[in-house]
Design a protein around this ligand. Sequence first.
Ligand code: ZN
Ligand code: ZN
Length: 274
Amino acid sequence: MEKWICCTCGTQFGEMDGQPEACPICEDERQYVKEAGQAWTSLNTLIRSGQLKNDILQEERGIYSITTKPGFAIGQTAYLIQTEAGNVLWDCITYLDEETIAKVQELGGINAIALSHPHYYSSQVEWAEAFGCPVYIHEDDSQWVMRNSENIRFWSGEHHELFGGITLSRLGGHFKGGAVLNWEAGKNGKGILFSGDIIQVVADRNWVSFMYSYPNSIPLPSKKVREIQQKISSIDFDRLYGAFHRIIRDDAKISVINSAQRYISALEGTLFET
Ligand SMILES: [Zn+2]
Ligand SMILES: [Zn+2]
């Protein structure tokens, strides 16, 4: 029996005898199976290889980034947010070793894990078991959970309040249950939004994008982006942390609203002529 991990998206599956037949997350239009075909590994194999290490960096007061080096699967960054009411891990990464557990324990451990969308479910249940905490996932994405656990709590509706001034909001778009996390005490009370790739910070740091599929370049329809723009208008934040360690430090809400406008104009053919 083994808990297999898909090498392309980093998702860990529940315990089974043989390898899974396929990875539904990678076979979905939003992801892809590598040209060489499906490949599987396990957390024990990754740990034994000695090739991976998690970098834990303090980004600012109360925020630590956790990224696997030199990189595994999608390569996203998870964030540990320290509030006076407990710590939240926003999004997750596959690799978890004793050194990581010890360092995170030193920072106060994890009281809740919250996920933006299925591409980062990774080995969320391993993390939940290591720290004895629940995992919050929007119920509209429940079909993408590949390892069930009693630690998983499905939330519903548009908002879910955790603790310490942290609220999850469903923006949808990239995934139906696609969620962002707002920490109202962040940036001295101006608010910090953690967006996964529900809102993706692009190369030009004043702008973001909103895609159905990033690797396959499939855009979202303008009506969805308009919905996201409306939902974001009701959340107060000034800084934004994206999934790949890209940060909009100031006036991030204005950047998101302007980016939604630009995206809609591009789709509707009024932004440029080529
Ligand atoms: Zn996969
Ligand atoms: Zn994604």
